[in-house]
Design a protein around this ligand. Structure first.
Ligand code: MEV
Length: 315
């Protein structure tokens, strides 16, 4: 093992969360200004030590904590390189708020997998990376679509369908997303479980709602291809109506969405698993984005970010 780092990005789901678990498409973007770095250093002694904002301690003690899924991933990665007993210090530096729908757990898995492969000077293919990320995502989320890891590891917006290779998607040169954090943690496992429960209780109505989200995603792809920001905004709001009826919104999300719409958003919705976490609002340009940001702060947002589509490099 040699010292090595791996990086990954925050992800924002533009549209398609929850329905993507049931085979519908989704569109998501890596936010490269919000990144996570995993730094791995070999140690001369056998201690395996993790330092991060969400877990500090030995790998062996992580099992009864929120870090258990990532700890399993690290153990399996080490075993893969015949280095299960190798001493190391792993430091995770993250600008992603955890449990806010920005894909913190997937970004952690992606950065650690990259760091371990780099530490053993081994090339890492994208499908291998996503398979590794799935190890911890399954433990943490139960039934992940794979969207979070696919986006956290990408450099461009992605069109994603569960079980298929993600495809990069072109975004218009105009348009700004304002992202706002409610400050309320939302747990993906719980929210995905709530939708599964509703599907079991009311299958016909829930299937119709999931299909409506899928249709809004396809219409969004058409709007993106036509540089049609108002058309995209309508689809975002349509998806929010469906997500609310799936039971994954939250009163503060609803309040922020109303505030954004009143401040001139073309459309707005929750992003990620919901029941807390973040929302997004689409603005036609930076001036409206600034008005929306002020309105969101006034309505109680804990933090805001701005993501102009023009800054996106499609490489
Ligand atoms: C969570 O960021 C996105 C969900 O669709 C779950 C998943 O895709 O695994 C809610």
């Amino acid at each position: 093992m040699q010292a090595a780092t791996g990086t990954s990005f925050a992800k924002i789901i533009l549209i398609g969360e929850h329905a993507v678990v049931y085979g519908q498409p989704a569109i998501a973007l890596p936010v490269k200004s919000i990144r996570l770095t995993a730094t791995l250093r070999p140690r001369p002694d056998p201690a395996q030590v993790v330092t991060s904002a969400f877990y500090n301690g030995s790998l062996a003690d992580a099992d009864a904590t929120h870090f258990a899924g990532i700890a399993t991933l690290i153990r399996q990665l080490l075993t893969n390189f015949s280095a299960r007993q190798q001493g190391f210090s792993l430091t995770i530096d993250s600008a992603l708020p955890p449990e806010r729908g920005m894909g913190s757990s997937a970004a952690t898995a992606v950065a650690i997998t990259r760091a371990v492969y780099a530490a053993f000077a081994t090339p890492l293919a994208n499908d291998t990376l996503l398979n590794w990320a799935n190890v911890s995502e399954k433990i943490i989320h139960g039934n992940p679509s794979g969207l979070d890891a696919a986006t956290a590891s990408a450099r461009a917006p992605q069109w994603f369908v569960k079980g298929t290779a993600p495809r990069p998607l072109r975004f218009p040169g105009q348009g700004v997303l304002v992202i706002a954090d409610t400050g309320i943690p939302g747990q993906t496992k719980v929210a995905v479980g709530a939708v599964a429960h509703q599907l079991a209780q009311e299958p016909r109505q829930t299937e119709t709602t999931i299909a409506a989200i899928g249709q809004a995603v396809r219409q969004s792809a058409v709007a993106l291809a036509n540089d049609d920001l108002p058309g995209l905004g309508v689809q975002l709001s349509t998806a929010q109506t469906a997500l609310r009826s799936l039971g994954v919104s939250h009163p503060l999300l609803d309040r922020l969405i109303t505030a954004a719409d009143q401040a001139g958003a073309l459309g707005s919705k929750l992003t990620g698993s919901g029941q807390g976490g973040c929302m997004i609002a689409l603005a036609p340009g930076l001036a409206t984005a600034a008005r929306i940001t002020a309105a969101l702060t006034q309505a109680g947002a804990a933090a805001t970010w701005t993501y102009p589509f023009a800054e996106e490099d499609m490489a």
